[in-house]
Each structure stands twice: as structure tokens, then as C-alpha cells.
Design a protein around this ligand. Structure first.
Ligand code: GRF
Length: 202
């Protein structure tokens, strides 16, 4: 299978995935890395690994243009799975629906708790004793798609958003390849909607 990773930033999750696919699991290859940031370090990591790295600008009100270009490129490359790894933009409903069941994201909280921005700070503000990360299917609700895998870490009394983020990060690096491997094995799939279920079961 061919994977496209979308990343806006440093790309530590991308780096981990590059180490896994195809080297530790030959069922999939990271074929393409796309960023909306020209200077994202993720692009550099992809190039160093010999993977095609493409910057596609996301201008103001330019989501449609970005998604069109990304779609075309992914079609050309025969992409099977879209992996969002620190991609700090919200995809359109059309894009998400076109990739339903084949687009996943990682979020640094135990969803459904603390979706959206600054989840580590949200966890501290809520006073929870544990947080973690969630790999989930992307659907049209922000951070709201079906979960695939979660990993928990403790929240300590002296934590700041930074120290908590630093504790969650290694959990992300374990969870993301593991979730992709579940998907490759056919063990991760979004729950069908009631209508789809009705069709499927007559
Ligand atoms: C991760 O914390 C991820 O959960 C969030 O953005 C961050 C990306 O980190 N959505 P990196 O670019 O993979 O280092």
C-alpha cells in the first residue's frame, strides 16, 4: 500500500513512520509527503529519506485549490492511505468523504476529551490525572472520527503544557505506526453509518 503523509511542522511522527514503512513493515511505503508550509522540517525529513516531498501552498480561502492539487498528485501516485501528522489545517467535507476509511489523524489527547487546539493545556485546566494520544479516522467533525488506538500517559501535578506534550510525544510515536499496521491488516475501519449498515445487511 502507498501512504501519503500530510505535515505542517517538525514531523517527528513522520520520521517514525518513515522508519517503519517499508523498512520494518513492507506492506506499505511512505510514497509522498505533502506540506502546506514551504519551510516545514517534515519536508526536509522526507527528502533525506529519499521520499518525494511536495509543498502545496494553502492560501487564504485557498482550501479548494490546495485539495485539488493534493488530490491530483495522490491519484497520480496511487495513494491508498492519507496520514495526517501534525497537519494544522481542516479538510473540507468533500475531501474527507472522498477518503472515508482511508484518512487518519493523530491527536495529543484521549478523545473525545480535548479536541481542537492546545489539548495539553486543556487537560491541565481540566485537572485530569491522565491524558495521552488518539489515532482516529478523520470525518467531518473536527477530531471526531472513530478512534483506532489510544495510548495513555500520566499527568503530573507539576506538569506544564510543554512537559505533558513531551510525555505524550513518545506515546504518539508508538501509537501511529501501530494504528497504520492495524489498518493494513484490515483491523481498523470506521463504523458504518446506520444507512450504510442497513444496506450492507439488507
Ligand atoms: C503532534 O503532537 C500531533 O499529535 C499533533 O501535532 C503534533 C505534530 O508533531 N496533531 P510532529 O510534527 O509529528 O513532530
Amino acid at each position: 500500500k502507498r501512504i501519503a503523509v500530510f505535515a505542517s511542522g517538525s514531523g517527528t511522527n513522520l520520521q517514525t513512520l518513515l522508519g517503519w514503512f517499508p523498512h520494518k513493515d513492507p506492506r506499505a511505503t511512505i510514497t509522498l509527503v505533502i506540506s502546506n508550509k514551504k519551510d516545514a522540517y517534515a519536508l526536509e525529513r522526507a527528502r533525506t529519506a529519499g521520499v518525494e516531498a511536495v509543498y502545496i501552498p494553502w492560501k487564504k480561502n485557498g482550501r479548494e485549490e490546495f485539495e485539488q492539487q493534493a488530490q491530483q498528485l495522490m491519484q497520480e501516485k496511487g495513494i491508498d492511505l492519507v496520514v495526517l501528522a501534525g497537519f494544522m489545517r481542516i479538510s473540507s467535507d468533500d475531501f474527507v468523504n472522498a477518503w472515508r476509511g482511508r484518512i487518519i489523524n493523530i491527536h495529543p489527547s484521549l478523545l473525545p476529551d480535548f479536541p481542537g487546539l492546545h489539548p495539553q493545556q486543556q487537560a491541565l485546566d481540566a485537572g485530569v490525572e491522565r491524558s495521552g494520544c488518539t489515532v482516529h479516522f478523520v470525518d467531518t467533525v473536527l477530531d471526531g472520527g472513530d478512534p483506532i488506538l489510544q495510548k495513555a500517559v500520566p499527568v503530573l501535578p507539576e506538569d506544564t503544557a510543554e512537559t505533558l506534550a513531551a510525555r505524550i510525544q513518545p506515546a504518539e510515536h508508538e501509537a501511529y505506526p501501530q494504528a497504520v499496521r492495524l489498518w493494513l491488516s484490515g483491523l481498523a475501519f470506521p463504523v458504518p453509518t446506520l444507512q450504510e449498515g442497513a444496506k450492507e445487511f439488507g
